[in-house]
Each structure stands twice: as C-alpha cells, then as structure tokens.
Design a protein. Structure first.
Length: 472
C-alpha cells in the first residue's frame, strides 16, 4: 500500500506531484491510499522525489476535470481522479464521453458542483467598504463556499476589482489583493469578518441595493425561483436583500400601475405580416436594410425617425444599446445624448476607438411619454424587443463583428432571446450566432448616486470594456 497525504483543501500541485510519482512507479489505483491533512506528503518526501518524475501527458479534458474536482470536498476525490487518469493512460479513448460509465458520471457530478459553487461566489459575494485612517478605502467580503474554490474563483475578482484593495475571508481560506499582487491566507472566522466591519455608512452596499431596486421587475416576481437562485445562506452578506421584502410587498401595486400605463399608451402595432413581408424582400446590403428600417413605421408612434446603426461594416466590435433617447431621435444618430457621451469616455479610457466600433440599438425608434415640454424615455416591452429582433439580427449579419456587446438587459434579451440578469451574468456570453459580452447600460451609471459607488461602477464598466477589447 502506498499512502499519499495531500494538503487540506484544493492541493492541485500536490496532487499533480503525487500522480507523477505514482505513475513513474506504475502504482495501480487499488494500491494507493489517499488522505488530506497538512503538509503534502508522499511516503515521506513528496517534494524531493517528485522532481525526478516525468510529467504525465493527459488529454486536455481530463486535465481540466482534475483542476475543478480537486476543489470538491468529497474525501474520495483524489482516488477517483487517479482511477480516471490510470484508465486514460491505459489508452481508453474519449473517456469523458462515456457518460453512463459510473466513474465518469460521478466525476461529472463533482465537476458540476464545483463550477456551480464558483458561479455562486462570483454572483453573491459582496464587498463592504472599510474606511482607512488615511482617508482611503479598502473592501472586505465574507463568503461561505461549499467547496475549496477560493483560489479557483480569485481571477474573476482580480480582473473585476483590479483597482481596489480588497480582502475576501472564507472558512476555507482567504485572499488579499493590494492592486498588484494576490496573496492567499488561512481560513477566517465570522468574528474576524465582524472585526473588519465598520459602522460607517457603506456606500458600496448602498449602490448594490439601489441597482437591485432599479432592475427589479415586479411583473416577474417569483419568490420560489428567487430562493432557488439565491439560496438563503447567502442572504446575510447581500446588501440588496434588505430591499427584497419591500419590493415583494409593493410588486402587485406596481404591476397594476404598469398595466394601466400600457393601456394608456396609444398603440399602432405593425402587423407581423408586415415584418414577414420585409423579410421576404431579403435586403442584400446593410444600406438596403437601412432603407427598409427608415420606411417602417415605429411600433409605438411618436418617434421622429428611425435611428440607424453607425460605424464600419466589418468592425471587430458591435455595441448594442437599448433604444434611442430624446437626442438620438432628434439627430438620427445612436448614442449622442448623455449616456452616449459617458459611453464615449469609457471607450476612450478602455483604449477603444469609438469610430472603429459599430454602434446600434435593440429597438430602432424612441418611445416616450410627454410630460410638459419633456419627452420622458419609456423602456420597451418584451414584445417590442422581439418585434425589432429581425432588424438587429439582419444588421449584425451584414456587419459580421467578432464580438457583440450587450449594454444592459434589453440588449441582452434581444441578442440571447431570453431574460438576462445583467449583474449576475455580466461578462462573456454566447449569443444566438455571435460571441457576446454582457455589461451594464451607461444610463445605469448615470443613475448611481454620486460618490465612491458611482466611481466604482464606472471603473467596473471601463474594466468590462477592456476585457471586450482583449476578447475582440
Ligand atoms: N441609450 C441607448 O440605449 N441607445 C442610444 O442610442 C442612446 C441611449
């Protein structure tokens, strides 16, 4: 029997070293006894001897599976992985495609659980602002993952919050980022989290709460689904949960108000037949499509003109907004109002030339209600977004961008065909037919109250655009 003791937690390096040595000795899985508990140990001196053992060539998919499954809490994980590796080395082909194989099936479940846990940490971890004596700020978060995922989840936070100083405390390890390097540390306790808490007003948390309130759709309230997606154990760390009871209580009244407002909005629905007729005309160029858009009537009357997309055909990046605003409607060009100016500034900061990007909207006409001398923007309904999808898809098929960026939930709905939670799913996303990326709409940034929260929201938006530039 060969005893192998790895470090407690996700000891990927230790596992790899042990596998090298075991394979070099031709140790069969049934001859190895795996256990965890500091320090890494392989029959006495893992470090010294493993250096001599050659690397083990594994199929890429098996290597990727090892990286996630070592993060699972399952005590048998190393034994299971070594059995899989042994079979891969024996020449079994397309091993991971054998879904009915009990070992493959079991490992697939472990892999899925770890991925889900990482996703939850990315979605539900919330930083709290802790003022520093020098007037600066540092951010601290407490999170309780199910598995040993802290290091695997870390790159996301480094990328998203690169310009902040932050600490993430969890019962399975901690992370600290000082704007330059990432340090890992020992497990923390809730008491340490409380010691790090501050009674000062938490503007960062307030920003999250307001964002949640502004994106909450009372017509889609489904408490069971909300609980399933955001399990109770995360609630204590989420600033926005304070807003949920009030939002749920007011949902029926708000839905009724929405229905009344819809009924009061005059409608001249373009019959589906008309859209079908246009599709039959099958425009062969973007210019032809644009002529069709210009000749079509707005779905909701009032707009001065259709606002066409702008930018070079063949642009690597296409950015899709919601719908034209007041100034766009007047000038007939996308993103020339306040949100557009903010977008231009953020693009420039991210090193993206606005002139080289194709800019367009999910909905091509401005929709508004008149209040005195002002035309107040009204968000498009799901039906209206669907109506304009044909235009958008045809337009993008002419532009052929490498990456399509959805600004906000309406654009994400138009591009993916489903309702997208921007905060939770922010980042790369496969749209129907295009590589995509989801981020917030610049008008959201305009609504965030002034202060650190606003600066952070803007910095996150610029960071997203930098990722977009890298991906495209
Ligand atoms: N907001 C949008 O989504 N599009 C525009 O063109 C302007 C503001």
């Amino acid at each position: 029997m060969l005893p192998v003791t790895l470090r407690e937690g996700a000891d990927l390096d230790g596992f790899r070293r042990a596998v090298r040595r075991l394979v070099a000795r031709r140790a069969a899985p049934e001859d190895v006894v795996w256990s965890s508990g500091a320090p890494s140990l392989f029959g006495g001196d893992a470090e010294g001897e493993s250096g001599d053992a050659p690397p083990v060539p594994l199929p890429r998919a098996v290597g990727a599976l090892v990286e996630t499954v070592v993060c699972h809490r399952e005590p048998e994980r190393h034994a299971l992985l070594y059995r899989l590796i042994w079979r891969a080395l024996a020449g079994e082909r397309a091993l991971l495609d054998q879904h009915a194989d009990p070992l493959v099936h079991r490992l697939a479940l472990l892999d899925k659980a770890v991925r889900r846990d990482i996703h939850k940490m990315h979605a539900f971890l919330r930083f709290r602002e802790v003022p520093e004596p020098d007037g600066g700020a540092r951010y601290v978060a407490w999170f309780e993952p199910d598995h040993f995922i802290v290091e695997a989840a870390a790159p996301f936070f480094v990328e998203r919050f690169e310009s902040m100083v932050w600490t993430i405390l969890t019962p399975v390890g901690s992370l600290r980022w000082d704007r330059r390097s990432l340090m890992t540390g020992p497990p923390a306790t809730r008491t340490e989290r409380l010691a790090d808490d501050s009674s000062a007003p938490d503007r960062f948390a307030e920003g999250w709460r307001r964002y949640y309130e502004s994106t909450f759709n009372p017509a889609r309230v489904n408490p069971a689904a909300m609980r399933a997606e955001m399990p109770r154990k995360y609630w204590a760390n989420l600033p926005e949960t304070a807003a949920i009871p009030g939002l749920l209580r007011s949902a029926p009244t708000r839905v009724q108000a929405m229905i009344e407002a819809e009924a009061a909005t005059p409608r001249r629905r373009m019959p589906d037949k008309a859209v079908a007729a246009m599709a039959r005309q099958a425009p062969e160029t973007l210019a032809e499509l644009n002529r069709l858009i210009q000749r079509s009537e707005p779905l909701v009357p009032g707009a001065t003109q259709a606002v066409l997309g702008e930018g070079p055909e063949g642009a690597a990046i296409a950015i899709v907004g919601e719908q034209p605003g007041d100034q766009e409607d007047a000038q007939g060009r996308p993103f020339v109002g306040p949100a557009g100016r903010l977008l231009s500034a953020a693009l420039a900061e991210a090193g993206i030339d606005r002139g080289g990007v194709y800019l367009t909207n999910a909905v091509k006409h401005f929709k508004f209600v008149q209040r005195g001398g002002r035309r107040i923007h009204q968000s498009p309904t799901t039906g209206e977004v669907k109506h304009y999808r044909w235009w958008l898809r045809t337009e993008l098929s002419f532009v052929r961008p490498r990456l399509v960026v959805a600004l906000g939930a309406t654009a994400a709905l138009a591009l993916s065909g489903r309702s997208v939670s921007v905060l939770r799913e922010r980042g790369p996303m496969a749209f129907e037919g295009w590589d995509g990326f989801v981020t917030v709409h610049p008008s959201y940034l305009l609504r965030v109250p002034d202060g650190d929260g606003k600066r952070q929201a803007y910095a996150d938006f610029v960071a997203d655009l930098r990722r977009v530039a890298a991906l495209a």
